[in-house]
Design a protein around this ligand. Structure first.
Ligand code: AHR
Length: 325
């Protein structure tokens, strides 16, 4: 399908310049059967979600016949910027990346734009005011995810007569999912004045981070009713800390997480987590499709939102046998 559109584009112009979204981009040169080269700058390997996302991107690139150059930034923005600069130098056809934090991307994105290399944001957003610096943003609605988590807690706490003390384990500081999930959750729990966030700290989206933060919360707060962890891995770390403190996760302290990876779903099915809001890491196929469209000069939507659901204990038990990740 790509070959067809590429041939059409190349026939239309010897220079093979195509207009896509916010600017003019050079289509891949070197013949109609030249493979698209995509440079992908991944955040890291901090969570089960990220591992599944990397697999999805790598497998989908192979299926789509796209030559993927992949780099792992180990959760450091400077590494992602270096990777993007190296993709620009290598003159890849398209750059895709999942920005570790929201701010600080304008300079490097401008460099990509000046080199006429289209950029696709995947999973996480940037806060750049200049929307022409990227072609589209594919990923979840993180505010909605936080909202769903908060709404479940509001319903669950209806019969409570006392204050419900919540501790929040945030994701990576400054990242879109941490900012947005916090916002959505806080908005939702406003509906019930009994619900109070008594402590909030970053666990950096890792299991070890979640465990450490929860240990500190347990030391400093005698009466914790609920943990809201921004991802499954942090929630799983919190479970370890709660059990080590002699309490029963899911009963003495309720746990809400986001992601729905296999380990999280297993803990939910076992009653150690009480509710999970899904965040799908399976973005690979859509990403490759968008890349092909952008390079073929087709108009793509500026935002593509992933479809997601939520899981109770029963729903997790049902879904687990066929869960892909
Ligand atoms: O950006 C998506 C988030 O990043 C996932 O919820 C989390 O597990 C990951 O590390």
């Amino acid at each position: 399908m790509f070959k067809k559109s590429l041939i059409a584009v190349m026939a239309a112009s010897a220079l093979a310049l195509t207009a896509c979204g916010g600017g003019t981009q050079a289509a891949p040169s070197g013949g109609a059967d030249k493979k698209i080269v995509m440079g992908f700058a991944q955040v890291g390997a901090e969570s089960g979600w990220r591992t599944a996302n990397t697999k999805s991107v790598q497998e989908s690139a192979k299926e789509a016949g796209i030559d993927l150059k992949f780099s792992d930034a180990q959760q450091k923005q400077e590494n992602q910027i270096k990777a993007i600069r190296s993709y620009i130098q290598q003159k890849v056809d398209v750059i895709a990346f999942s920005p570790v934090v929201e701010s600080g991307w304008d300079t490097v994105l401008k460099e990509a734009k000046d080199a006429k290399i289209p950029v696709i944001l995947t999973d996480r957003a940037v806060d750049s005011a200049d929307k022409s610096l990227y072609k589209t943003f594919l990923g979840s609605d993180f505010v909605l995810e936080g909202k769903k988590a908060g709404e479940w807690l509001v319903a669950e706490s209806k019969s409570a007569t006392d204050t419900v003390n919540i501790v929040e384990i945030q994701g990576t500081t400054g990242s879109a999912p941490a900012n947005d999930r916090k916002q959505g959750f806080e908005e939702a729990i406003k509906a019930d004045p009994k619900l109070k966030i008594i402590a909030s700290q970053s666990g950096d989206f890792t299991r070890s981070g979640g465990k450490q933060v929860m240990e500190a919360f347990l030391k400093n707060n005698a009466d914790i009713d609920v943990v809201f962890a921004h991802n499954d891995d942090e929630g799983l770390g919190a479970i370890e800390a709660i059990e080590a403190a002699g309490k029963v996760p899911g009963k003495d302290i309720k746990i809400i997480t986001i992601d729905a990876v296999k380990d999280g779903m297993t803990a939910l099915s076992a009653g150690k987590i009480n509710y999970i809001v899904e965040c799908s890491p399976l973005l690979g196929t859509q990403l490759m499709d968008l890349a092909k469209k952008v390079l073929a000069g087709e108009t793509v939507p500026e935002r593509v939102v992933t479809e997601e659901t939520t899981f109770t204990q029963e729903q997790a038990t049902k879904a687990l046998p066929t869960r892909q990740y």
